[in-house]
Design a protein around this ligand. Sequence first.
Ligand code: CP
Ligand code: NVA
Length: 310
Amino acid sequence: MRHFLDIDRLAPEEVRAILDEAHARKRARQGWPKGKVDADAPLSGYVLAAIFEKNSTRTRVSFDAAMRQLGGQTLVMDAATSQLGRGESIADTARVLSRMVDVIALRANSHNSLLELAHYATVPVVNGLTDFSHPCQILADLMTLEEAGITLKGAKIAWAGDGNNVLTSFIHAAAKLGFHVAAACPAGFRPSEEVLAAGRAAGAVVEVFDNPAEAISGADCVVTDTWVSMGDTNVGERMQALGPYQVNEALMAQAKPEAIFLHCLPAHRGEEVTSAVMDGPQSRIFDEAENRIHAQKAVLTWCLAQGASQ
Ligand code: CP
Ligand code: NVA
């Protein structure tokens, strides 16, 4: 069973093959209408159930668009309006959906819900974001870096802000592809010791700084994310601690002149990033958002063993 739960569970060659498949599928359909099916229609006859316990724009649309382009179909479900919202167990939901669809994606409040779904499902399960990680996002980010001409091995990826789920997936990927993560996070908002230790044990080079300018110095890419993720409650404390970590033009100037800026979106302009950076010449945020479709297509074909990435 090929679940796509976290990048740290994949072999480096699998991550590489998924990225190659994503690039190849993107190249092969340049200029096509977005609903046109890829020439090989690899997931013809397959159905995805995509379940959302939290809000989503990009993940929701990109999973659906990805399945359509692969020749398959998608059912998008809100946990709140399904029986999950009335207390039906994840285990029973997994068993039932496994009889009805070929692959399940879940955006979960708790990572444990994802693990439980994968445990009981008899079809592949894909992580569409949890409180712990966001691996599909990082595949899109890595594609965007490569499109910008940045070689992942040896690259310096700088993060400024909250040490959250997106940063965790960057750390997982760093161990697979050999890039260096330099994260500037205030005390109380750093990645957990478990994530740092596991990443380093797997071979990732990860440094954590207090000072964002130090982390960003000489970086090939600067990344940030919202200061308040879905499910976070301590908003006042976060705003105060994370204020000095805003990515603005002065901070971007510490990176290499050709560095790019990424943000998984949605962004809070004027908080974690200024509009000048979001809309500036180094920003690749909308390529990054588009790449969610291409990356997800490669994940789905990998899960169902139908792509060239086998
Ligand atoms: N980046 C991302 O996952 O966006 P959504 O929350 O809109 O899906
Ligand atoms: N860290 C953010 C990412 C949203 C795509 C969150 O979890 O809300």
